[in-house]
Design a protein around this ligand. Structure first.
Ligand SMILES: Cc1cc2nc3c(=O)[nH]c(=O)nc-3n(C[C@H](O)[C@H](O)[C@H](O)COP(=O)(O)O)c2cc1C
Length: 381
């Protein structure tokens, strides 16, 4: 005989597991949507394609839903909490004024949802005070690729990707203050060489631009305060004095599947340590893809899917990072980055030069590096 479990303890314990929030809809006989909110939605099988959810046997809504031929699971977005609260009631008019369109099989797809899955009932079986409902998937699609609504411990929320999230940081203000001390030198250098120069600070896993001087014909596209995730090989200059654990954490931000590339990034870091600067060779098509991936990442609230895309495209820079510069050869460079020495209480910082002229000789590149290093050293005075 199973031990009696206290209901409050059961709810409290199981409430520590988060769920998404979905609305199961059907088209009722009067041509209007009907439905219920479920947190118990899950994918079940790919072959055959099955999904499941668990309605309470006491649910009046489900008693109506189960008579329909088709139903649609609508995954709610993080900004649809008011809609969720409204539909999770017994009120008859809960769908009044709710915008929707008919899916391919006719069941309602609610406006603004993340995704929808149209199904037929495959199986409905009793499980204690609930039903286990299996739905066979016939049609499905992503409607709005954005953050889903989450339900956790009785509250609503949304996903925040841990790895790339940078919270406001006092270090940022200190870094901006230090950058101010070399503003004049940076502006002179930028105007003289007709390049863009910026000061970057490493705030957690991001490179944040804290000062910019745009002397190049094409101004720097990245705005002040912009945060760019530091993914290998980029950001090596920040890692020059980092502990082995920090270096490992940096290397782990490369795509998961490429151990060999990680080894190469570690070797590239050694090269940067030796030289005291990094250069990135320009490959316009890759730079465009990188910029597009970064802006999709920013605009999507840093969704994990876009995070993976940024990692992937950034790792493709490995072949272009810190090439051996040969006398007599010419190079197109996307950027030169030197370390900016900082006191121990400040985050690692760097100076970056972009918007460089094409086809630079090794001597010209070395001259740019020297000028950047002089400005960086001025900050240490
Ligand atoms: C976030 C959330 C998740 C829910 N998940 C479920 C669920 O998985 N199964 C269920 O039967 N009811 C669930 N409910 C409750 C129903 O949505 C709804 O309150 C209930 O169906 C309304 O009563 P009635 O349909 O029985 O008339 C959930 C409610 C909320 C707010």
């Amino acid at each position: 005989m199973s031990k009696a479990i206290d209901a409050a303890k059961f709810r409290e314990t199981l409430g520590h597991y988060p769920t998404g929030v979905a609305v199961v809809t059907v088209l009722s006989e009067n041509g209007q949507p009907d439905g219920m909110v479920v947190g118990t939605f899950s994918s079940v099988s790919l072959d055959p394609p099955l999904i499941g959810f668990f309605p309470a046997r006491s649910s009046g809504s489900f008693a109506r839903l189960r008579t329909a031929r088709y139903f649609c699971v609508n995954v709610l977005a993080s900004d649809q909490e008011p809609l969720c609260r409204r539909i999770a009631t017994v009120w008859q008019g809960k769908f009044d004024g709710v915008a929707w369109r008919a899916g391919p099989l006719g069941s309602p797809i609610l406006e603004g949802v993340v995704s929808w899955i149209e199904c037929t009932f495959e199986d409905i079986r009793e499980a204690g005070d609930h039903y286990i409902v299996l739905g066979r998937v016939h049609e499905l699609g992503v409607e709005r690729s954005t953050l889903p609504l989450l339900f956790f411990q009785g509250g609503y929320g949304r996903f925040s990707p841990g790895s790339f999230v940078a919270t406001p940081d006092p270090e940022l203000i200190q870094a901006a203050r230090l950058a101010e001390t070399i503003r004049r030198q940076l502006e002179v250098l930028s105007a003289e060489l007709a390049v863009n120069c910026s000061v970057l600070a490493k705030i957690r896993g991001d490179a944040v631009q804290v000062l910019a001087a745009n002397g190049a014909a094409a101004p720097e596209a990245i705005p002040l305060g912009h945060r760019q995730p530091i993914i290998p090989p980029l950001g090596a200059v920040f890692m020059v004095n980092s502990s082995p654990a920090e270096v490992d954490a940096w290397l782990e931000r490369a795509p998961d599947d490429d151990a060999e590339r990680r080894v190469r990034c570690r070797a590239l870091l050694d090269k940067v340590r030796e030289r005291g600067y990094s250069v990135l060779a320009a490959e316009p098509e890759l730079l465009r893809r990188h910029e597009a991936a970064l802006s999709a990442f920013e605009q999507s609230d840093r969704l994990p899917r876009h995070e993976r895309a940024v990692r992937q495209v950034t790792s493709e820079f490995t072949d272009l990072f810190c090439p051996d510069l040969k006398t007599g050869e010419r190079y197109d460079l996307a950027s030169i980055v030197v370390r900016l020495p900082t006191p121990p209480d400040l985050p690692p910082m760097a100076l970056r030069m972009t918007g460089l002229a094409r086809s630079l000789s090794t001597e010209q590149i070395e001259a740019c590096v020297e000028r950047l290093k002089q400005v960086a050293d001025a900050a240490a005075q």
